[in-house]
Design a protein around this ligand. Structure first.
Ligand code: HBI
Ligand code: FE
Length: 297
């Protein structure tokens, strides 16, 4: 008797084929979440809620409390948006997963954050490629309650159209990656996390601040826009901003001349140092060596 060869794995993303509007938003259908899906959110939440104090920046921890993100299951985006809109005018709109760049920028430019409605499957609890509701809502949404960060992300969205027109989206995507996703911030109590990709990852929460492997370099807009990044492992370099005002200030300038210089400037590999770098900590790359990854000579 042959064993049953077909695996009946539940569809990883049950929203993948949900009907969508022209702006790529879908219906979150909050009542459709199962107790098991809410429980998975609660376990992901509890693990990070215990690990982030002393590691996440204060703006994030304060906003997480004010937005009432908690162990009471996957938030209803309409409910969460009512609280967030009253703070900075941002709302959270449900999408099935990654959406086209121009649609993504259009939402950000209008203070709408597209958040995945699906929650990662049990077997991908620690890491997944596609942004799910825990990465987007727990990782990205709280800082949208900070007025300065909220203006920065809106400006990023507005800049996105320009980058697309110039065919230099990859430069702008690097700015997003090394700040919004994997940014660190300097505070009087030491380095703290603000990037969502770190905030929603228990292992990288510790690695990004405490491991001797990665470089940590002071944020410089043009340097970041020249730097390639890795998408399937911890970062080899983290950039440290002095504060959200400095990050916002860096984006309130005409990127035109910067894009022109970037066209002729060579890209930097994720592990490389540049002569002009203000190095916060120089990495020894032991983690990447142990995995046979390319790293500094
Ligand atoms: N779509 N839903 C979603 N979430 C993202 O973070 C996202 C996206 N589409 C494009 C995109 N990010 C990036 O290519 C831009 O940041 C450049
Ligand atoms: Fe993200």
């Amino acid at each position: 008797m042959d064993s049953d060869q077909t695996t009946t794995s539940s569809p990883k993303n049950r929203y993948a084929n949900a009907p969508r509007k022209t702006d790529w938003t879908i219906d979150q259908n909050w009542p459709s979440y199962s107790a098991d899906e809410h429980d998975r959110w609660n376990r992901l939440y509890a693990r990070q809620a215990e690990r982030l104090p002393g590691r996440a920046c204060d703006e994030f921890l304060r906003a997480k409390a004010r937005l009432e993100l908690s162990r009471s299951g996957i938030p209803d985006f309409a409910d969460l948006s009512r609280r967030l809109t009253a703070m900075t005018g941002w709302s959270v709109v449900p999408v099935a997963g990654l959406i086209p760049d121009d649609a993504f920028f259009e939402h950000l430019a209008n203070r709408r954050f597209p958040a995945g409605a699906f929650i990662r499957p049990e077997e991908e609890l620690d890491y997944l490629e596609e942004p799910d509701v825990f990465h987007d809502v727990f990782g990205h949404v709280p800082l949208l309650a900070d007025p300065v960060y909220a203006r920065f992300l809106e400006a990023y969205g507005k800049g996105g159209h320009r980058a697309l027109e110039r065919g230099q989206l990859h430069n702008l995507a690097r700015l997003y990656w090394y700040t919004v996703e994997f940014g660190l911030i300097a505070t009087p109590s030491g380095l703290r996390i603000f990037g969502a990709g770190i905030m929603s990852s228990p292992a990288e929460t510790v690695f990004s601040l405490e491991d001797s492997s990665p470089n940590r370099i002071a944020f410089d807009l043009e340097r970041v826009m020249r730097t390639k990044y890795i998408i399937d492992d911890f970062q080899q370099t983290y950039f440290v901003v002095d504060g959200f005002e400095r990050l916002l200030g860096a984006c309130y300038q005409d990127f035109g001349p910067i894009y022109d210089r970037l066209r002729s400037a060579p890209d930097l590999e994720a592990h490389e140092l540049a002569p002009t770098d203000r190095i916060v900590t120089r990495g020894d790359f032991h983690y990447f060596e142990s995995k046979g990854k390319a790293h500094a000579a």
